[in-house]
Design a protein around this ligand. Sequence first.
Ligand code: PGA
Length: 255
Amino acid sequence: MKKLIIAGNWKMNTNAKDTINLINGIKEQINKITLNKNIEIIVCPPFINIEAASNAIENSIIKLGAQNCHYESKGAYTGEISTPMLKYFNCEYCIVGHSERRQYFNEANQFINLKIKALLNDNLKPILCIGETLQERQNKFTFEILKNQLDESLAELKDEQMSNIIIAYEPIWAIGTGVTANAEQIYETHNYLRNYLVQQYPINGKNIIIQYGGSVNEKNAKEIFGIENVNGALVGGASLKVEQFISIINSGNEL
Ligand code: PGA
C-alpha cells in the first residue's frame, strides 16, 4: 500500500475558535474510522491559530503544519514568523512556495530555497509547492517550469535531506477554481516529477512524497489517489469542511 499524506491548507480562514471546532470535528470523525497506517493527516492553520491547533490535536494522529516561515531564526523582520517559533508549538511541517505567495508576495525560488534550508536545519519538513499557469501549460512549458522551480528551490540540498521534503504539484489554474487537472495530466506530470527526483537524488528520489493539489474534493479524491506517483493531496477549500475533508481521507483509506 502506498503512503499518502493528506494536508489541509486552511489559507487565511478560521479564527482560534473555528480552529478548535474544525479539529475537534475531524478528530471525532477519524475516531470512527480504522485508519490505515500508511495515511498521514496534517492541518495547516493560519499562524495566529497555531497554538490553538497545537492544543486541539493533542492525543490524536493529526499533525501540525504552518503555511509559511522566514529563513532567519530571529531578528528585525517585522511581521514574520521563524522556524523555532513554529517548533515551540510542535509544528512538524511548513508549506513553502505556495503559488499565492509567489503571485501576491513576489516570492522567488531563491527565497524559497533559503526557507527550505532553514526548515530542514530545524528538523521541520517543508511542503514545497510547484506548478504552472494555464498559459504555460497551453504553450507546453509545464515540464520546463517545474524543472526550473525544483532546480532553484532545491539548490544545494543533499540526497539525504530529501527524505524530509514533500513536493506538492499544484497547477495554478486548478487552485480554487473547481477545475482539477485530469487523470492523464496528473499521471504524466507526476511521472515527470518522479523521474526528475530519481535522477537528481538516486537514494531518496523514489520515495519522496509527491502530493497533488488543486480543487481536490470528495468526488475526485479517490481517482486522484489511485494515480501512480500521487502520494497524497494538498487540499484547500475542501479542508475547511469536516465532512469533505473526512470524505477525502476515506477515499485514501479505501484505496
Ligand atoms: P484548493 O486549494 O483545494 O482550494 O484548490 C489548494 C491549495 O491551494 O493548496
